[in-house]
Design a protein around this ligand. Structure first.
Ligand SMILES: *[C@@H]1O[C@H](CO)[C@@H](O)[C@H](O)[C@H]1NC(C)=O
Ligand SMILES: *[C@@H]1O[C@H](CO)[C@@H](O)[C@H](O)[C@H]1NC(C)=O
Ligand SMILES: *[C@@H]1O[C@H](CO)[C@@H](O)[C@H](O)[C@H]1NC(C)=O
Ligand SMILES: *[C@@H]1O[C@H](CO)[C@@H](O)[C@H](O)[C@H]1NC(C)=O
Ligand SMILES: *[C@@H]1O[C@H](CO)[C@@H](O)[C@H](O)[C@H]1NC(C)=O
Ligand SMILES: *[C@@H]1O[C@H](CO)[C@@H](O)[C@H](O)[C@H]1NC(C)=O
Ligand SMILES: *[C@@H]1O[C@H](CO)[C@@H](O)[C@H](O)[C@H]1NC(C)=O
Ligand SMILES: *[C@@H]1O[C@H](CO)[C@@H](O)[C@H](O)[C@H]1NC(C)=O
Ligand SMILES: *[C@@H]1O[C@H](CO)[C@@H](O)[C@H](O)[C@H]1NC(C)=O
Ligand SMILES: *[C@@H]1O[C@H](CO)[C@@H](O)[C@H](O)[C@H]1NC(C)=O
Length: 374
């Protein structure tokens, strides 16, 4: 089929929609001129802003049409060595709706963040996000879905990117991310980061990530919160996860910081975002032991190695709790994840994963050889 082409040279905002179908039948092209886009983004940070109720965003099943072309490669290439992405990058789609669907959303070389999902009762199906860099330049902040709403299902996604494929933020509740292949330099399926703003109380509950293949990513199942943050993340499950060449298959940190915004004044360490009822079950595959990490590392040590000076890259599980009571009721089972060198045991690093607060942890909760007790 032919390419039905339309240019979207300026942001589009429709914030009072009711009973609307947005049919993306051709291809939408953003401008290729970085200077011009940056100037627009200084005033309007998001290219497509959609808000209202009973909205269906419908792409096509035709692989030649229904794409948004953002020309991100030039932006990634323009990032100077040591940088974490140039200023003026647009967020692609902000979708804030009550009762809505997004079908066959297709994003080709997004400049940075793809879809921000807010609202309630939203079903997203058959997404493709291709932020695969064809040069050595890293596609910083190419998040797939940033989710902050209620009753949200995201099914059958293909996401190649350089940040979280899905990141669940504060305010999210009843979210299911199911049936996906995520890869390239993905940072996985994340909760967080939570607690960045110390004045606000983070809240996340009833989240499930299920039936997902993760290829070459830094993380697969990931939780990140800031020390000095407050709030509660409760009832979170990662199940039936296949990892191939993933650096940190299961990773929890309660002392996260962002390399792009780290300041010289240290974070106060007077509170933690509490984690309760977390389950990881049915993981198979391999740990990236031979070439760990990815191109997002611009600091020494790499942001993803901070606080972990003795990594062996055989770690199936790393759990860093800020205090001996901030991780409660964790349960791991059927974690069949192995290093790439045959015959080497997988290992765990556990900081304050106390058995008193985590009676179903599923392993000893100590550093060293990881022996899951199915
Ligand atoms: C939103 O749309 C409704 C009709 O659907 C209209 O009554 C209302 O005035 C609109 N609000 C704004 C702010 O445009
Ligand atoms: C890009 O946009 C800038 C600012 O609008 C403009 O000055 C410049 O001529 C444009 N470049 C091209 C190649 O069109
Ligand atoms: C979420 O779904 C539940 C169960 O269907 C429903 O009771 C609840 O009202 C929904 N929440 C919102 C915010 O729509
Ligand atoms: C935990 O979350 C799941 C959705 O992932 C939900 O079905 C279940 O009811 C929740 N459990 C509790 C105790 O709220
Ligand atoms: C493993 O992943 C790393 C980082 O993405 C990549 O450089 C390497 O080529 C991958 N190795 C294999 C065997 O796929
Ligand atoms: C932690 O310290 C910060 C900064 O000093 C303060 O604003 C905050 O209220 C404190 N939090 C708690 C839980 O005491
Ligand atoms: C884990 O795998 C087993 C065996 O395939 C299956 O019976 C079970 O339902 C899976 N657990 C979850 C939570 O999907
Ligand atoms: C923060 O405080 C907790 C509780 O005292 C402590 O366990 C943890 O090591 C501290 N973190 C840092 C980075 O100092
Ligand atoms: C565990 O947490 C306690 C405070 O809750 C802290 O004093 C201790 O240093 C922590 N242990 C480790 C190994 O970090
Ligand atoms: C476990 O390893 C971590 C990270 O290397 C280290 O901070 C911690 O002290 C170790 N705990 C014990 C009990 O050795």
């Amino acid at each position: 089929m032919s390419d039905h082409r339309s240019n979207v040279f300026n942001p589009i905002s429709a914030t009072n929609l009711t009973n609307v179908v947005i049919a993306v039948q051709g291809n939408l092209h953003l401008p290729t001129n970085i200077t011009a886009v940056s100037a627009i983004v200084a005033k309007t940070p998001t290219w497509f802003t959609i808000k209202g109720s009973n909205i269906d965003w419908v792409g096509t099943k035709d692989v030649n049409n229904g794409w948004i072309y953002s020309y991100g490669q030039a932006w990634w290439d323009a990032n100077p060595p040591g940088g974490t992405g140039i200023v003026g990058r647009p967020h692609l789609l902000s979708f804030n709706a009550q009762t809505a669907t997004i079908q066959h959303f297709k994003s080709m070389k997004p400049v940075a963040w793809n879809v921000n999902l807010q609202g309630s009762n939203i079903v997203v199906t058959d997404t493709i996000i291709d932020a695969y860099s064809t040069t050595s330049a890293f596609p910083f902040n190419t998040d797939g879905f940033d989710v902050g709403g209620t009753n949200i299902t995201i099914k059958n996604s293909v996401i190649y990117n350089g940040d979280d494929a899905v990141a669940i933020g504060s305010g999210a509740s009843n979210v299911l991310f199911q049936g996906a292949t995520i890869g390239y330099q993905t940072h996985g399926m994340s909760i967080g980061s939570l607690g960045s703003n110390q004045a606000s109380v983070a809240s996340v509950n009833n989240i499930k990530f299920d039936d997902v293949t993760v290829i070459n990513g830094v993380y697969a199942a990931r939780f990140k919160s800031w020390q000095g943050g407050q709030g509660l993340a409760k009832n979170v499950t990662w199940s039936n996860i296949r990892v191939y060449n993933v650096t940190f298959p299961i990773f929890v940190t309660q002392s996260y910081s962002n390399q792009a915004t780290s300041s010289s004044t240290p974070r106060p360490n007077n509170s933690s975002v509490i984690m309760q009822d977390f389950t990881w079950t049915n993981f198979t595959g391999t740990i990236n032991q031979f070439s760990p990490g990815d191109g997002s590392c611009v600091t020494n040590p790499c942001w993803y190695n901070v606080g972990l000076p003795n990594l062996a890259h055989t770690e199936a599980v790393i759990i860093e709790c800020n205090t001996d009571s901030s991780c409660q009721n964790f349960a791991l089972s059927n974690i069949e994840v192995f290093p790439q060198a045959g015959g080497v045991s997988s290992t765990a690093i556990c900081i304050n994963c106390t058995s008193a607060n985590n009676p179903k942890l599923g392993f000893g909760g100590q550093n060293g050889t990881f022996v899951p007790t199915a």
